[in-house]
Ligand binder design. Sequence first.
Ligand SMILES: [Zn+2]
Length: 292
Amino acid sequence: MRMIPFIILMQLFSLQARATPEIDTLCQEIDLEVNALKWKLPSCNKLAEWKSLGQSVKGRPLIYAEFGNPESKNTTLIFSMVHGDEITPLFIGLKLADWLKQQPVMLKTHRIIVAPLVNPDSFFSTPRTRVNARGVDVNRNLGTLDWKSKALQAWKTQFKSDKRRFPGNEPDSEPETIFQKDLIKLTNPSKIMSVHSPLNHLDYDGPTTLSLWRFPKDYVEECIRLSQKVKAKSTGYFIGSLGNYAGTERGIPTFTMELPTANPKKAWDYWLIFKAGIYTVIQHGVPRVVTH
Ligand SMILES: [Zn+2]
């Protein structure tokens, strides 16, 4: 038998172990914060087999994990912590990974992708910020059709140049924005949910009766049925937002869940309250008719 050099054996082992040193380091950072926030959660590395798809401005891996049946057509993509100062959505994202692992029956027929920390630099900065490390709101930076003609103008007039809502100088300029787009392309979800705080409502962007000219009637009705099931409303129109990019323009029903507060002490209560809604969105089948 040929001897396999030790160094190659070590490389094979690290490939099998999957988590990269960068993901390990990020998980250690997450664990420190989770402990400081007094959240009772398993350590980050044990929650899922995290993979990364790009890096933040400061070089942190942008992570996600897949659960369930990879062949399932019922795919739900869940983002949390697009804004790092909102805090409670991180608990929901991590707890969701922990909970999903314990749902074998559901996982046989569904596929769920969880990206629990879309904007890590903003969460780990002191103080925490809404915008990323270059001062851009990565929920206003997605290259929607009207971005170039309207985003900066709307920011100056409608939002009075509020630095917390700066959409960037160009669309799709930020790695955290590209990450959201790439994960949509890679996983081709039939529904998307993004968890925020503290506005206390569930926003729906996606096919409505006004878009019947673009999408089949059955599809539109199914999307509306799902939004009614979880009592979601359409609350506003924001250039460069995920709801606008994925929901309005691509017709993927997109739910923006706004938890009531950013108070970390309430995180467990929010999980208990909102778990049923998240479960409903995951369970509800919406046929995929959309091309990206
Ligand atoms: Zn937010």
